[in-house]
Every structure is written in C-alpha cells, then in structure tokens.
Design a protein around this ligand. Structure first.
Ligand SMILES: Nc1ncnc2c1ncn2[C@@H]1O[C@H](COP(=O)(O)OP(=O)(O)OP(=O)(O)O)[C@@H](O)[C@H]1O
Ligand SMILES: [Mg+2]
Length: 467
C-alpha cells in the first residue's frame, strides 16, 4: 500500500487555525460585549434625560408636591418611533401624582445623585426602568420612574451580534488565506533547495549536498543526515569497486593458467602427463578458492557501514583453543609442533567473534606456512592487555618489511608458497575495527615471529563472563 502523503502546509494550517479560531471567538465576544455596553449606556442616558426633565416638572407648595405636565410636554415625553415610554411620579406616601402606567418599585431607594436602573414588566412587556428621587423642602421627596420597552435595545443587540460574528468569520477566512499562502511561499525555498541539490547531483552523483545560505535553516539536520548517508553510500561504493578490481586482477592469472592446464590435459594422450595437467588445474583452482576467500574476508572486515563492529562479548581464549584444534591435523602433516599457551580461563573482550577467528586463522596460517623445519608454533592468550598472539620459530619478518607486509597483495620477495598477500592486511583491518593494535616482533631474543593482537583500553575486558 502506498504511504499516505503528509502535507506540512496542511498540518501547519490545521494547527494554527484551531488557536486562531479560538482567539477570534474570544475577540468577537469581547467586541460584542463592549459594543453592547456602550450602546446600552447611550440608551440609558436618554432614559435618564427623560427622567430628569420629568423631575424638573415637580412643583412644591406648602410641602406638598404636584407635577405640572402640559399636553405638549407629555407628548414629547411619550414620543418614540420604536418603543413605548411609561412614566410614573409617586409621592412619599406612595400616591401617584402623575403617570401612564403602574411601574414596579425599584430594588433600592434612589436619590438624585444615584439613579437606579432595573428590569420589570408593564402589561406583560419587558421594560428597562430608571428610578430617581427628587428632594423637596425639608425631608419630603418624590419618586420619579421612567421606563421603555426593549425593542430598540434588542434590535441593537442582535445587530451588534451579527456584525461581530460576520467580522470574526471574515477575519478567520482572511487569516487562513494569509497563513496558507505564507506557508506556501516559505516552502517555496525548499523547492529551490531541492532543485539545487538535483543540479549538483546531475553534475556529480553521490556528492554531498552543500549546506549554505540558500538552504532553509530547518533543513540543516535533514541535509546533514542525508550527507552522512551519501558518505556511507559512496564509501560502500568505493569498497565495492575496489573489491571488483582486486578480484578481477587477482583471479585473472590463475584463471588463465587453469585454462592452459585444462587445454593441455585435453590435448595430452600420455596418461601420466594428462594426470599432471589435471593435478595442476586442481591446484590452480585451490589457489583461486583461497584468493577468493581472502578477498571476501577482506571485504567483510573492510565494510565500514557502522564504523566499529557490534560490541558483543567474545572469549578470545576459546577462539585460540578452537583455532589450534582446527589446525592440529594440518600441523601434524607439516611436522609442526602446534601448541596452546594460556590460563585456560575465559578472557572476555568486546568485538565480533567471526572476524577475530579469521584474524587468528590468518596469523596461524602464516606461522604454519613460513616457519622453519622442526618448527614450533604457539597460539597464546594473555588476560593482561588483553591480547592473543601467535609465535613461531621461523625466519621472522625483517624490521624493514614489517610495515610493507601489512599492505594488500604484498609478499616479501622470495616467499615460497601460494599466498596472495592479503592475510596480514585482513588482520590489520580487523585490528582497526576493534580499536586494537597489531605488533609484529621477534620472538624473545631469537628469530621467529611473534604476531600480537593487542586489544586497546577502549575495548577492554568484560566482567563478569556472560552465560
Ligand atoms: N610468520 C611469518 N614468518 C615469516 N614471514 C611471514 C610470516 N607471516 C607473514 N610473513 C611474510 O609476510 C608476507 C605477507 O603475509 P600475508 O599473510 O599478508 O600474505 P600471504 O601469507 O603471502 O598470503 P595470504 O595470507 O593472503 O594467503 C608473507 O608473504 C610472508 O612473506
Ligand atoms: Mg598469510
């Protein structure tokens, strides 16, 4: 199933729109509240003006109040295109001095300075009422109440509400569009970076992507990772090329001689010479098999995909003993006294057993092959460094050759036998991957070679021994 593609642009828009819509709703609600507050305050002020003009009509005569409201003034007071206006003036004892409706009493006793606004009902209609006290001579006073229905107020409130909602929706839409195009143009720089990378790779494949100012900063970690990947890929590619080149070079000669010997065998009628040619062909095949094995081992040790080898606990004492056992028959056949020197106790290090086995096998192979007549070969393990070593009593390697023999395909001139010069370079590679060191030295004071595979402090012993 194809992976579902994930758009950064959509994801960012979705993430931003949630909080943005929330902000719009809160903002819209605040705007609505404010508009509502000020519009109602204006309407309340008109109500207050009406109440004050009515209060000004109150006359006092011998401590008794009366209201002088001519017809014209009453019409002005009651006139309103939308709402109905009610009023009522009550004496101190609660007698109605004037009024066109009975208005509910205020929740608190008002005076001229502090009018009281409240809600109430007149003839089942909800009204906004204002009550104000008018002080007469002495302690006498009257209560003036003016009320109006809420049609204007309700209409204003719903208008303000709709305008707020419409504004919020419009702002949300505009913001979404701005975010969408903003992110889009921001992402366009990525498109340019991709085009740059494409042109670089068209010119030079497997070259790293240049990290420069044209690259968005957010892409740096990704590009860095890709560059590491490219580096690993090109290293692997180089190794493969080298392997193919080495293999082709090394196998060409034995292949050619194999062909010559087989052709000879085909032509040969003499039974003995025919047998010799076949034997030579088998020998050439064995050499080729060995070379191929060495090349493959080198390629395996050379693989630098993960730097160091997996750090698993390995018992090098066990490896030494097993390698001695494996080659004991070969040693007997060659008249070599092959022995093991070690405490017989596990010596744990961290590394890769398969490669270490290959290293010991190569060192042992050299000791068995290049030692002198009446030879002794010892594979030893020391827990001190820790190290694993192979020593023989052969001619050894002269000082001047000790670096060269580590090179690929190098054999000391005059060396007999069928080696291809890869054994020590394989060991060297395995040493490198274990952060260890390979010391080639004379055995004690005499001749012979002691090849020491010494594990560094970083590799170290592993305690305690795993099950
Ligand atoms: N123990 C030894 N005593 C004397 N000479 C040695 C010893 N080990 C290695 N050499 C010399 O070092 C050379 C390089 O050894 P190396 O193991 O790399 O290759 P090789 O043995 O010739 O071939 P290969 O191991 O790939 O079959 C050998 O050709 C040999 O001349
Ligand atoms: Mg060798």
């Amino acid at each position: 199933m194809a992976p579902v593609s994930h758009s950064i642009r959509r994801a960012l828009l979705a993430r931003l729109m949630g909080p943005l819509v929330l902000i719009m709703i809160v903002g819209g609600a605040c705007a609505y509240g404010l508009a509502q507050y000020f519009s109602q305050a204006v309407l309340d002020q008109w109500l207050y003006d009406s109440a004050i003009s009515l209060a000004n009509r109150v006359k006092w005569e011998k401590g008794r109040a009366s209201v002088d409201l001519p017809e014209g003034a009453r019409e002005i007071l009651e006139w309103d295109v939308v709402d109905r206006i009610f009023y009522e003036v009550l004496s101190e004892r609660g007698e109605r001095l004037i009024g066109n409706a009975a208005l509910p009493p205020p929740p608190a006793r008002p005076n001229t300075d502090t009018p009281v606004y409240y809600q109430g009902r007149v003839n089942d209609a909800l009204v906004r009422i204002l009550a104000v006290g008018v002080q007469g001579p002495g302690s006498s006073s009257v209560l003036v109440k003016v009320a109006e229905t809420r049609l204007k107020r309700n209409a204003l409130a719903s208008q303000v509400l709709w305008i707020s909602v419409a504004l919020s929706v419009m702002l949300a839409g505009v913001s979404a569009a701005v975010i969408w195009y903003g992110i889009g143009s921001g992402m366009a720089s990525m498109g340019k970076a991709v085009r740059d990378v494409r042109s670089v790779h068209a010119a030079a494949p497997l070259s790293p992507i240049p990290i420069n100012d044209s690259l968005p900063r957010e892409m740096f970690p990704l590009v860095q990772e890709i560059n590491d990947l490219i580096e690993n890929l090109s290293a692997a590619h180089r190794l493969n090329q080298r392997f193919v080149a080495d293999a082709a070079h090394q196998l060409r000669t034995p292949l050619a001689s194999l062909r010559v010997q087989l052709e000879l065998a085909l032509r040969e009628h003499d039974a003995v010479r025919h047998q010799t040619a076949i034997n030579d062909a088998v020998h050439a095949l064995t050499r080729m098999g060995h070379t191929l094995h060495q090349l493959l081992t080198l390629a395996k040790a050379d693989r630098n995909d993960s730097g160091f080898v997996p750090q698993a606990p390995v018992d090098i004492d066990l490896i030494a003993r097993e390698e001695v056992e494996r080659r004991i028959d070969d040693a007997l056949a060659a008249g070599v006294d092959l022995g093991y020197a070690g405490a017989g106790e596990p010596v744990w290090i961290r590394g890769q057993a398969e490669l270490l086995r290959e290293a010991v096998s190569n060192l042992l192979d050299n000791a068995l092959r290049y030692g002198a007549a009446g030879r002794h070969v010892t594979v030893g393990v020391s827990a001190e460094s820790p190290e694993i070593y192979v020593e023989d009593n052969g001619p050894g390697i002269p000082e001047s050759e000790r670096e060269k023999v580590r090179e690929r395909f190098y054999r000391i001139p005059g060396t007999v036998g069928d080696g291809c010069g890869l054994g020590l370079s394989i060991v060297e590679e395995i040493v490198r991957r274990h952060a260890a060191s390979l010391v080639l030295e004379h055995r004690g004071a005499g001749t012979g070679l002691r090849a020491r595979f010494i594990f560094g402090a970083g590799v170290g012993k592993v305690e305690p021994a795993p099950a």
